[in-house]
Design a protein around this ligand. Structure first.
Ligand SMILES: NC(=O)c1ccc[n+]([C@@H]2O[C@H](COP(=O)([O-])OP(=O)(O)OC[C@H]3O[C@@H](n4cnc5c(N)ncnc54)[C@H](O)[C@@H]3O)[C@@H](O)[C@H]2O)c1
Length: 281
């Protein structure tokens, strides 16, 4: 276990599923946290934590909240597929506010990106190669598009301003896998906590992108920048195969692509009936 960061750490999306879990676990590791969300924080405040209710639209408020922080864990915003206009404010403008605050504080940004930024890559079959983090973005909706934008914002702020950032391309972070796809994409809560610890406490990160999934033998994903921050996942979805391995959608679009059900939302291209139905990428 690394030493707790010497400066406070700001956590956006603190009232969300992952935010609540991180607030509890990171406070348990002795971290000093500043929590924020547009929704009220539903739990008792952990030790050394303060909560401020705020919209990511409030750029000045975020500048103030980030004062003196060494890192910003950015888990707030729209976390599922929504219409473009709903995603735009929190995930694009709000992200800009987070990066401007990080730039002023020389803080590192840890960004909760998503597999949905690359969801239209096909799932590898048999011995087919797994994709690496430098694969092309293939977002599977406006939500995934906003995550690709977020990663590129990190690229820009590192290249232009030296703002370090670690982008977690989160697969499916839930207490347990609930369907066959999650045998590939599941990230355990404990692995996310360890990943966050490594991302914040690594001496240097630059701009890096990590496939945030547990040590799943059925993973879709190959190389990333985990060595730079010293992270290795310790859990595996494989133990759940007997329970969830038969749970599939029966929808050929969903089963073909890595993003699963998100790829089929408002899908108008026509359903591929066979794997080679679309020759042109
Ligand atoms: N859970 C997963 O498996 C998973 C997978 C991929 C990516 N992610 C990303 O991880 C992050 C956390 O996911 P989660 O499952 O906890 O989602 P969540 O929806 O439970 O949490 C997101 C939080 O952001 C807050 N929020 C929304 N709009 C806001 C605004 N305008 N201003 C301030 N706060 C706002 C919400 O109130 C909510 O508490 C999200 O960015 C999500 O996209 C999660």
């Amino acid at each position: 276990m690394a030493e707790a960061p010497t400066k406070p750490v700001l956590l956006t999306g603190a009232a969300g599923n992952l935010g609540r879990m991180l607030a509890r676990e990171l406070a348990g590791l002795g971290w000093t946290l500043r929590l924020t969300d547009i929704a009220p924080f539903p739990d008792p405040l952990p030790p050394r934590a303060a909560f401020t209710r705020m919209d990511l639209a409030d750029g000045v408020g975020l500048l103030r909240l980030a004062e003196g922080c060494g890192a910003i864990l950015h888990f707030g915003g729209i976390s599922v597929e929504q219409p473009f206009g709903t995603v735009l404010g929190p995930n694009v403008q709000g992200l800009y506010h987070v990066y401007e605050a990080a730039r002023r504080e020389k803080a590192r940004v840890i960004f909760a990106s998503s597999n949905h930024s690359i969801g239209f890559h096909e799932r590898p079959q048999g011995n087919e190669a797994k994709i690496d983090v430098d694969c092309a973005f293939r977002p599977d909706g406006y939500y995934g598009l906003s995550k690709a934008y977020g990663e590129l914002m990190g690229r820009l702020y590192w290249d232009k301003h030296g703002v370090e950032n670690v982008n977690f391309r989160i697969g499916s972070c839930f207490p347990e896998p609930t369907e066959a796809r999650m045998l590939s994409t599941w990230l355990s809560f404990a692995d996310l906590v360890r990943l966050t610890e490594c991302a914040v406490t690594a001496p240097r990160s630059g701009h890096c992108v990590i496939w945030a999934c547990s040590d799943n033998p059925a993973s879709f994903w190959g190389r990333d920048h985990r060595d730079r921050i010293g992270w290795q996942p310790q859990d595996s979805a494989e133990a759940y195969r007997a329970r969830v391995g038969q749970i599939t959608s029966g929808n050929p679009v969903i089963e073909r692509y890595q993003g699963g059900s998100y790829t089929a939302i408002d899908y108008t291209r026509g359903k591929p009936s066979a794997r080679d139905a679309f020759d042109l990428d």
